[in-house]
Design a protein. Structure first.
Length: 335
């Protein structure tokens, strides 16, 4: 039996079904991510697990206990939201200690636990400051400390990094992952950012239109998307119909759809043909730098192909230049 089991979860608002027969298992000590576009149901599913939303039908089990009808405060679940909701009139220490005081722990125990958790999240030097006196990243860590100090069975994080700038966000992704692993916390993380999910997760559950489209570890999700939507959302795959494939290569496809990743496409010598490779001729239409990656868009007989290469000092192509591309058959997925 999994540590968390969600069975046949349905959530409706009136006649609108937001969650449709969701089945989801989470193992103890894992950090799993609910990933998907806005409106797919990921935050609603998280709120059903927390008890902030009632399920229309289905069952939720935590550590073998049926918690479907249990009120939120009795579920032993901690939450960190996009808005950190720190009390502005309390210092970091007071905010972090708040949950322990509600549980009527002794002053000595509270003092010791708060000291330890502030060391873990790196806020010992900011202990006596108020939320307005610390940075956004420090506020996020304070909210995290407040959520985990009560030793919840599960930690839920609902897009807690979406309001933070990109550089700090990457740092906090690593911090949350480190703390989760150090304390062996079972955590459920909600995001619409596929890069964030890839960096942080033991398992990704991709949601689309109220259903789980695919569940897999990050590498498996990236390399082997099971559906067209998974391919379009994870890894920015090139996606082509059989008609487009014939237009590009002159070959016939025995399936309706073919997809491949931009980094799997290689520039090659003119008219070079190799066994087990598709080759094509095109013209560079645009070049965009994404950090250390150059994204070329190549027009191949009227069909755009995205090609990603490392941004290095070697020869680069120019807009309008003719080029030849190859893609290995083994790097292509057909549906």
């Amino acid at each position: 039996m999994a540590y968390i089991e969600m069975k046949q979860i349905v959530k409706k608002y009136g006649t609108t079904s937001v969650l449709k027969q969701i089945n989801l298992d989470i193992e103890k000590g894992q950090l799993v991510t609910l990933l998907g576009p806005s409106g797919c149901g990921k935050s609603t599913l998280l709120r059903c697990l927390s008890g902030l939303e009632e399920v229309t039908s289905g069952k939720i089990f935590l550590d073998g206990q049926d918690i479907t009808e249990l009120e939120p405060r009795k579920r032993e679940i901690g939450m960190v939201f996009q808005q950190y909701s720190l009390f502005p009139n309390m210092t970091v220490v007071q905010n972090v200690a708040f949950g322990l005081k509600l549980k009527k722990k002794s002053e000595g125990e509270i003092r010791e636990k708060v000291k330890n958790i502030l060391e873990i999240v790196g806020l010992s030097q900011q202990a006596d400051r108020y939320p307005t006196q610390i940075s956004g990243g420090q506020q996020q860590r304070a909210a995290l400390a407040r959520a985990i100090i009560t030793e919840p069975k599960v930690l839920l994080l609902d897009e807690p990094l979406s309001a933070i700038d990109a550089l700090l966000r990457r740092s906090l992704q690593n911090e949350i992952r480190r703390i989760q692993q150090e304390l062996n916390i079972t955590a459920v993380f909600v995001t619409h950012d596929q890069s964030e999910a890839m960096v942080m997760s033991d398992m990704i559950h991709l949601l689309y239109q109220g259903q789980i489209e695919q569940s897999a570890p990050p590498a498996e999700m990236y390399l082997h998307p099971k559906t067209r939507f998974a391919a379009s959302f994870i890894g920015n795959y090139n996606i082509y119909t059989d008609v487009q494939f014939h237009q590009m290569t002159g070959l016939k496809l025995d399936r309706e759809m073919l997809v491949f990743r931009p980094e799997a496409v290689m520039f090659c010598a003119p008219d070079r043909t190799e066994m087990n490779n598709y080759t094509m001729k095109g013209t560079i239409k645009s070049i965009i730098a994404h950090g250390n990656v150059l994204r070329y868009t190549v027009d191949v007989n009227g069909v755009p192909v995205n090609v990603d290469t490392l941004f290095q000092g070697e020869e680069r192509y120019e807009k309008g230049q003719e080029c030849y591309l190859k893609i290995a058959e083994k790097d292509c997925i057909s549906y």
